[in-house]
Design a protein. Structure first.
Length: 290
């Protein structure tokens, strides 16, 4: 999942994870860094190692990937666990992960690849960072391959690139709003993902769409004669505003459809106190039709 901050990406990721579980799949939902996925899924993160070992797994598993922890795991997998522990105690792990170009992103992709290859998991749903950082994440294999001409890091980069560019294993679901700037950024992100990285796109989810409005007709005739004129005027204005909003959204979504030739899922502008769990049935039905 990828999208501009504030478009409902994390909520949609949580809902999609629940839809997949309802369809009989064992799902790992991955939070990259901090975020509200823990609250939305109402569960605590499970260590990656426990998931890979298949230890008492639920149908829906939450995993949080931290670059520093991923670096420590990489060192351990390559026989350098003692060095990793010493670096962690001295704060050097964070320094190395931050200072080395593309290493943080490559290590995150390495952990995702481990989860994707696990025989215990059917589907991995990643609540990725906002669009700009998400592009940095998926461009990391190419960046590392240009630096490391051989060795383990080169191999890691090639394996990560193979994962990203295999449409049977990886698809990016872009989430946006029916507004000019988010739509424009979504189109730009789609071209970057497909043309520069070679990642396949899944359906685009447009969050917060206005419901179709009826014809704009004064409601005065349907009201009792004693209703104040100010009330009917306010109703007329609200109806007109809803109609104009719907028309503007239709034009933006037509532009989106023209620019990106993938299915589109439109979710209504209906915030729920449950943090999006009520969207499960709707997303499931729409996804099946996409």
């Amino acid at each position: 999942m990828a999208g501009k901050g504030g478009v409902g990406k994390t909520t949609t990721a949580a809902a999609l994870a629940r839809v997949a579980v309802a369809g009989g799949h064992r799902v790992v939902a991955v939070a990259v860094g901090d975020g509200p996925l823990t609250d939305l899924l109402e569960r605590e993160p499970t260590p990656v190692e426990s998931v890979l070992a298949g230890e008492e797994l639920d149908a829906l598993i939450l995993v949080r990937i931290d670059p520093e922890e991923a670096l420590a795991a990489y060192l351990q997998d390559n026989g350098l666990s003692v060095i990793g522990r010493r670096m962690a105690r001295t704060g050097m792990l964070e320094l190395v992960a931050t200072a080395t170009p593309a290493i943080k992103e490559l290590l995150i992709l390495g952990r995702l690849r481990q989860l994707e290859q696990s025989e215990h998991i059917d589907l991995v749903i990643v609540d990725g960072p906002a669009s700009g950082h998400a592009l940095e994440l998926v461009k990391a294999p190419a960046s590392m391959a240009s630096i490391a001409k051989a060795g383990r890091l080169r191999s890691q980069a090639e394996q990560a690139r193979n994962l990203l560019c295999d449409s049977a294993r990886t698809q990016v679901v872009l989430v946006t709003l029916p507004e000019h700037t988010p739509i424009q950024e979504t189109v730009e992100a789609a071209f970057d993902l497909e043309d520069e990285v070679g990642i396949a796109l899944g359906p685009i989810i447009v969050n917060g769409c206005a419901s179709p409005s009826p014809a704009v007709e004064p409601p005065t005739a349907q009201l009792a004669a004693d209703v104040p004129r100010a009330v009917t005027d306010a109703m007329d204005a609200a109806l007109e505003e809803a109609h104009l909003r719907h028309q503007a959204e239709r034009e933006l979504l037509a532009e989106l459809r023209s620019a990106i030739g993938v299915p589109r899922i439109e979710l209504p502008d209906a915030p729920t106190p449950s943090g999006g769990v009520d969207l499960v049935a709707l997303i499931g039905a729409l996804w099946g039709a996409a």
